[in-house]
Design a protein around this ligand. Structure first.
Ligand code: SF4
Length: 82
């Protein structure tokens, strides 16, 4: 699970914006302006029967600033990314 969904900077962050792009998700912002310090990204590659699934998760970040439920508050009622 990506730590970003509980981070204060999720709607400004350049790295989270890149993760959204990789997952073909709608962006929280079109103009991210926050550069995080040393985000660690875990890339999982899973081979399915007829395609390869690639999943990116931010698993650590020196800029992480906990704000529980930040993503969910920005997108009420939507499925929280895992
Ligand atoms: S945890 Fe780091 S990479 Fe994720 S949204 Fe926060 S600042 Fe950006």
């Amino acid at each position: 699970m990506c730590v970003c969904i509980h981070c204060h900077y999720v709607d400004r962050c350049l790295t989270y914006h890149a993760v959204e792009t990789q997952h073909e998700q709608k962006h929280l912002t079109e103009r991210p302006d926050f550069e995080p310090v040393e985000p660690s990204i875990n890339v999982n590659i899973r081979e399915q029967s007829d395609f390869i699934e690639v999943e990116w998760d931010v698993v650590g970040c020196l800029s992480f600033s906990e704000e529980k439920g930040k993503w969910a508050a920005l997108r009420p009622g939507e499925l929280i990314p895992t």
